[in-house]
Write a protein that binds this ligand. Structure first.
Ligand code: A3P
Ligand code: MG
Length: 274
């Protein structure tokens, strides 16, 4: 695999690919009168997932024919093959499937370029919110919406903390942690938008205890890190990608203020015994 000297120039085409996939999703979302509960072959959800996946796969093949793709909706790729890659596109064509079904608009298209275990490009697009977040490692993070393009940045942690939690997946462990935080403000949000809310300085912490996959976090992690934040496992190590046979993430916290004493919070939460 060649070195990725050109990767920075791929950010704009990447945003276009994500937004085109978003248009395909919205065609289904807006045309269907659906009440789907599960993925079956005929469901609008499945059609939207597939249409977004195909659009992204074709767009990335045109942009970078030599870089492999790992998509939630793509072929299963065995771990040995995958782990031999130095870099690859990591894709969740439609994150927040429950939000799509509930029609609350909180679903996203996610594309990250992973290089040696780290996200170096990331685009998160929320089609129904007409908003896109994008970043390249080592550069600024941006949000594009009806007001145009803005630089985004995380904020200093505020007291009480504002905590983002999943709208649809709320494990008992999360309830325990929230209880132990004492006073806090809560934002309930679907999909990778939670990480984007931390990245744009609206929230301080997003704790996730329970299964997520690497494609749920890769693109938004790139945005959050470029905006000044971090996603860390319980050892406060930054999440890395393609390091294991499994594609499941560990428990993690996404934080905006890297100078805050998260270690103290994590220790106080008695994480190991939650
Ligand atoms: N049991 C499980 N195993 C793996 N991933 C899970 C999971 N439960 C939830 N997730 C992940 O959490 C994501 C939704 O997160 P949230 O609740 O924050 O919106 C899902 O994305 P999809 O909607 O793309 O399937 C899915 O990847
Ligand atoms: Mg997902």
């Amino acid at each position: 695999m060649t070195a990725l000297q050109e990767w920075y120039t791929w950010l704009e085409p990447l945003r276009e690919i994500a937004e085109t996939a978003g248009e395909r999703i919205l065609e289904v979302y807006r045309s269907s009168d659906f009440a789907v509960e599960a993925k079956d072959d005929e469901s609008p959800l499945t059609r939207a997932d597939r249409a977004a996946h195909e659009t992204i796969a074709a767009g990335l093949r045109r942009l970078t024919p030599d870089i492999p793709q790992l998509s939630e909706e793509g072929d299963d790729i065995d771990a040995v093959t995958r782990r031999s890659w130095n870099n690859y596109w990591l894709i969740d064509p439609l994150d927040g499937t429950r939000e799509f079904i509930k029609r609350n608009g909180e679903f996203t298209v996610n594309i990250a370029l992973i290089d040696n275990g780290r996200p170096v490009l990331g685009v998160v697009h929320a089609p129904d919110l007409a908003t896109t977040w994008s970043a390249a490692a080592g550069e600024r993070a941006y949000r594009f919406d009806s007001n145009g393009m803005q630089t985004i940045a995380t904020r200093r942690a505020q007291s009480p903390l504002t905590v983002v939690v999943s709208r649809s997946h709320r494990e008992a462990a999360i309830e325990n942690i929230l209880e132990r935080l004492g006073e806090y403000h809560e934002l309930s949000v679907g999909s990778s938008l939670k990480i984007c809310r931390v990245a744009q300085g609206e929230a301080d912490l997003y704790p996730r205890f329970g299964p997520t996959c690497e494609w749920d976090t890769g693109a938004a992690q790139c945005v959050l890190e470029a905006a000044g934040g971090r996603i860390m496992d319980i050892g406060l190590q930054q999440l890395r990608y393609n390091q294991k046979d499994s594609l499941l993430n560990p428990d993690f916290i996404a934080v905006g203020d890297v100078d805050y004493d998260w270690q103290r919070l994590v220790s106080a939460l008695n994480w190991e015994q939650r």
